[in-house]
Design a protein around this ligand. Structure first.
Ligand code: ADP
Ligand code: MG
Length: 255
């Protein structure tokens, strides 16, 4: 059975998509069976995996409405992981899902048939705490939180923690935090050090030792439709996500 991990933070631009694409690809490269679910209507994970959005005939959206079997929506990427792409139709899902029975569990129900087929499933959540993100949080075992090392990083966190608390209480009792990862890190800045210290105080051993540095390569890889371990396998960005992938697996595969 796959472990399902939602990557969430309602702040935009903190590195959720970059982390989903590159961490999932590195974990797949280490030999695991990985499925990536793009739950953001912007579809950046879809294009980051080299899948052209305009050519898609299916995607996660009809699966959420129970109109398509996820097995028909899965795309084999050119890389090691499989993908359920997003499409712009997904933007309307928040509204359409509202009338669906057990609307918080649409994604969980949709994914159920493929959970036994993978080792890990990663869900890229949109930058909000809307019904789509709620579906991500109800479908997962754990949530992985990317944090950008900037002053406002801490502001949204208490809201996110409150949401997790509500989700645990109402929908997904065993929801746990997978970890917290620092993205776009530039270690010498005083501010960075302060944010890191505060987050560590709160999240303790949930904080990944691997940190993701700010590198231009990570920001340009998506325009080539390639995860970093294919785009620049010998660079700093790949080294960081590979180290994170190993840390992730070490935490999950110890007996
Ligand atoms: P989110 O999914 O949380 O909105 P993204 O992963 O799309 O965030 O990242 C936001 C922007 O920052 C993107 O343009 C992305 O390419 C860039 N970015 C993310 N991580 C890094 C990094 N480590 N170094 C440089 N640029 C990055
Ligand atoms: Mg994103």
């Amino acid at each position: 059975m796959a472990k399902v991990v939602a990557v969430a933070n309602q702040k935009g631009g903190v590195g959720k998509t970059t982390t989903v694409v590159n961490l999932s690809s590195c974990i797949a490269a280490l030999g695991k069976k990985v499925l990536v679910v793009d739950l953001d209507p912007q579809g950046n994970t879809t294009s980051g995996y080299g899948v052209a959005k305009h050519t898609l005939t299916s995607g996660i959206y009809p699966c959420l409405l129970g109109e398509t079997d996820v097995r028909e929506a899965i795309v084999k990427t050119k890389f090691n992981a499989d993908l359920i792409p997003s499409n712009t139709e997904l933007a309307g899902a928040g509204i359409e899902l509202v009338s669906v029975d057990r609307r918080e569990f649409s994604l969980r129900s949709a994914l159920a048939p493929v959970v036994p087929l993978y080792d890990y499933i990663f869900i890229d959540c949109p930058p909000s705490l809307d019904l789509l993100t709620l579906n991500g949080l109800c479908a997962c075992d754990t949530v992985l939180i990317p944090i950008q090392c900037e002053y406002y990083a801490l502001e949204g966190l208490s809201e996110l923690m409150n949401t997790l608390k509500t989700v645990r209480k109402k929908y997904n009792r065993y929801l746990d935090i997978e970890g917290v990862v620092f993205t776009m890190y530039s270690g010498r800045l005083n501010l960075t050090m302060q944010v890191v210290a505060q987050v560590k105080k709160y999240y303790g051993n949930k904080v990944y030792k691997s940190v993701i540095p700010r590198t231009v390569r990570l920001s340009e890889a998506p325009s080539f439709g390639m995860p970093i371990n294919f785009y620049e396998p010998n660079g700093k960005g790949c080294e960081a996500y590979m180290a994170m992938a190993r840390e992730f697996l070490a935490a999950n595969e110890k007996d």
